[in-house]
Design a protein around this ligand. Structure first.
Ligand code: ADP
Ligand code: MG
Length: 265
């Protein structure tokens, strides 16, 4: 792995009406939602994050991929303020909200009460109902978590993040336990929420196609740093067979060390 700064590449957009242009027009692009400099996290002698630098712009949708154990969750936890045993500089724009792979709902609280849990708002119930409506769960406000499907539980988890009105939304493999069809509807939901509310998003995923479908920028974590960064300026929804995405898919897989046996160059 190179010891230089992150390699970057841009995928030229076929469409000109993508989100990137909207963001530029709105003048959002210079505002930073998260800034990390020289972030280092050690477990014993091992530096899982090693002088990592990262900037996420306000309203930017960033996907982070990396091999299992590469430190993705460790980085997310540091950004979420859940780990203070790190060195380096970390600045994030509050509020920050997190959703994990497991929805982490409290089983003895109904859906609505899970969403309002710990929420400081003048009218928490109203805000929670609105968020549950947004994620398509208006009829389940009084349901018990154990009666929900995996996709529904994950939507409650998103609603719980949403009511915090995050400037930075951290998602740690939130869809990886869901079946393929549910995952696709969750992709649509997340894109819709992001387009309406415009938080910066850092989505950790091990699914390269998920990253390509959703993100403005895909980062690869390797050797404790951002080893690669590719911008994707294509309008959504994206055609997964778009030539630019096909090329980038191969590139990212090779960055991940997945042998692309027959792929030339
Ligand atoms: P990822 O999310 O990319 O799969 P993690 O951030 O969870 O990886 O973990 C990165 C590395 O740090 C792994 O090798 C993991 O075993 C190690 N690690 C994570 N948490 C701890 C811990 N509490 N104690 C010791 N090692 C840990
Ligand atoms: Mg992880």
């Amino acid at each position: 792995m190179s010891e230089t700064a992150a390699q970057t590449s841009d995928v030229p957009g076929a469409a000109t009406a993508g989100h990137g242009n909207d963001a530029a027009a709105a003048g959002e692009s210079d505002v930073i939602a998260a800034s990390v400099r020289g972030l280092t996290k050690r477990f014993g002698a091992r530096a899982v994050l090693d002088q990592l630098d990262l900037d996420i712009k306000a309203g930017e949708f960033v996907a982070l991929i990396g091999r299992s154990g590469s430190g993705k969750s460790t980085l997310l936890r540091a950004l979420a303020g859940l780990d203070h045993d790190v060195s380096g500089e970390l600045a994030v724009t509050e509020p920050v909200a997190v959703a994990f792979q497991e929805p982490r709902l409290v089983p003895w609280k109904r859906v609505l009460d899970n969403v309002t849990l710990g929420l400081r708002d003048a009218s928490p119930r109203q805000v929670a109902v609105a968020a549950l409506e947004e994620v398509g769960l208006a009829e389940r406000v009084s349901a018990w978590p154990l009666t929900l499907s995996g996709g529904e539980a994950q939507r409650v988890s998103l609603a719980r993040a949403l009511v915090r009105r995050p400037a930075l939304l951290l998602l740690d493999e939130p869809f990886s336990a869901l079946d393929a069809l549910t995952r696709i509807s969750m992709h649509r939901l997340v894109l819709g929420l992001w387009q309406r509310h415009k938080p910066a998003v850092l989505l950790v995923t091990h699914d390269v196609d998920e990253a390509l479908a959703l993100a403005d920028r895909v980062l690869v974590l390797g050797d404790g740093r951002i080893a690669h960064s590719s911008a994707i300026d294509l309008a959504r929804p994206r055609d997964r067979d778009h030539p630019a995405l096909t090329a980038l898919r191969l590139r990212l897989l090779s960055e991940l060390g997945v042998p692309a046996a027959e792929s030339a160059s």
